[in-house]
Design a protein around this ligand. Structure first.
Ligand SMILES: Cc1cc2nc3c(=O)[nH]c(=O)nc-3n(C[C@H](O)[C@H](O)[C@H](O)COP(=O)(O)OP(=O)(O)OC[C@H]3O[C@@H](n4cnc5c(N)ncnc54)[C@H](O)[C@@H]3O)c2cc1C
Length: 347
């Protein structure tokens, strides 16, 4: 932190804790740059963890096969020697360049960074919940309609409807069963895209009368006086009103470039155009790497992102230390790096 304020001063801000952002933090450390990482989500790993944690990946050099979760775990082990601070649930909002050419970056949640360079490794953009497109839904958000569970107590002794059929919906149905006064799970079909054990546990709770399960779609919200009273479900036989004062919608996440789209960068097809000699965007000092980078023949592959990050950070070094000449040392000959790695392995 800056001595005079709560602004965090560091060489590079990495936006995105997906595989490319994590590897970028390692590369930054190797070449002598300090960095912080921010991610809009509450956990690290980007697409690897959100979309396919248990799937095997076969095209990471020298790792013939590992699951996406294992890859993220390995990347975390690799960056441990550099103690990189990772700020989760922080979505970057605005960027301004100061007269001294450094950048001030604010997150929606109130963090401020003062950095020499910015590395955007934001994948397809921030994952945001898929929202209900129904009258009243926006006005009721965070009081009656929720897309996550910030506090379990908000649901205690309430009539709760949970909508969705994936892991999150099933996990929260099980977690809130017994907390809510009455709990109803609503899903458009009688099949789920969730772990088999969770589906079995949910079915046995329904059989025991601890919760209800209804097949159907949310048709409308009954919300007189700006307060939710019931959720109308449309199903094959007509409609049913389920009394509810809390509705938890867990329809999954969608990617959204969000505020980065307003950063005056050249953007094409939702991705940031870069110069392939250093992966710098149209604004010098802001780099884009990984899936968010756009250039001819770009391949959305993890290994491409690793290469892009490595070149981008070498250029970023010149912004952080304009008066220093960086001397390239192979990692196998880098005594300081070897020391750090050994110390971290011994912890
Ligand atoms: C099913 C599936 C299988 C795949 N299999 C392979 C494979 O076998 N091999 C391979 O190489 N690739 C594979 N890929 C592609 C690979 O996962 C992506 O190329 C890789 O995840 C891109 O990494 P990234 O770090 O650039 O972005 P992401 O993994 O998308 O991470 C970006 C992160 O940035 C965060 N973020 C975005 N916007 C903001 C913001 N405004 N503020 C803060 N944080 C933000 C997001 O929350 C996210 O966590 C697969 C993809 C899918 C979907």
């Amino acid at each position: 932190m800056d001595a005079h304020s709560s602004t965090i001063r560091t060489d590079v801000l990495i936006i995105g804790a997906g595989p490319v952002g994590l590897f970028a933090a390692f590369e930054a450390g190797v070449i002598g740059l300090s960095c912080h990482i921010v991610d809009a989500l509450g956990r690290i790993g980007g697409q690897c963890i959100e979309l396919y944690p248990e799937k095997p990946i076969y095209d990471i050099p020298a790792i013939p096969s590992c699951t996406a979760r294992e890859l993220v775990d390995r990347l975390m082990t690799q960056i441990r020697p550099f103690d990189v601070p990772i700020h989760l649930s922080q979505r970057v909002q605005t960027v301004t360049q100061r007269e001294d050419h450094r950048w001030t970056v604010h997150t929606e949640q109130g963090l401020t960074f003062d950095v020499a360079a910015i590395l955007i490794a934001a994948g397809n953009g921030a994952f945001v919940p898929q929202r209900l497109q129904l009258p009243h839904a926006d006005a009721l958000e965070e009081r009656h309609v929720f897309y996550s569970v910030p506090r379990i107590d908000d649901f205690r002794d309430r009539d709760v409807v949970i909508a969705g059929g994936g892991d999150s919906a099933l996990d929260w149905a099980l977690a809130l069963c017994g907390v809510a006064r009455k709990l109803t799970l609503v899903h458009r079909r009688n099949g789920f895209s969730a772990a088999a054990a969770s589906v079995a546990a949910m079915k046995s709770k329904v059989e025991a009368g601890a919760m209800d399960f209804v097949v159907g779609m949310i048709d409308s919200l009954d919300a007189p006086d700006d307060a939710l009273r019931a959720v109308r479900i449309k199903h094959i036989d007509g409609t049913t009103d389920i009394p509810a004062d809390k509705l938890l919608v867990l329809y999954g996440l969608v990617a959204d470039l969000g505020p980065i789209a307003d950063w005056n960068l050249d953007v094409r097809g939702g991705r940031i155009e870069v110069d392939t000699s250093n992966y710098e965007s149209s604004r010098p000092g802001i780099f884009a790497v990984g899936d968010i980078a756009q250039y001819p023949n770009k391949q959305k592959l993890i290994l491409s992102g690793f290469h892009e990050a490595s070149l981008a950070l070498r250029k970023a070094y010149a912004y952080a230390y304009p008066d220093k000449k960086r001397v390239h040392v192979h990692s196998s000959y880098d005594a300081k790096l070897a020391e750090r790695v050994q110390a971290s392995a011994a912890e």
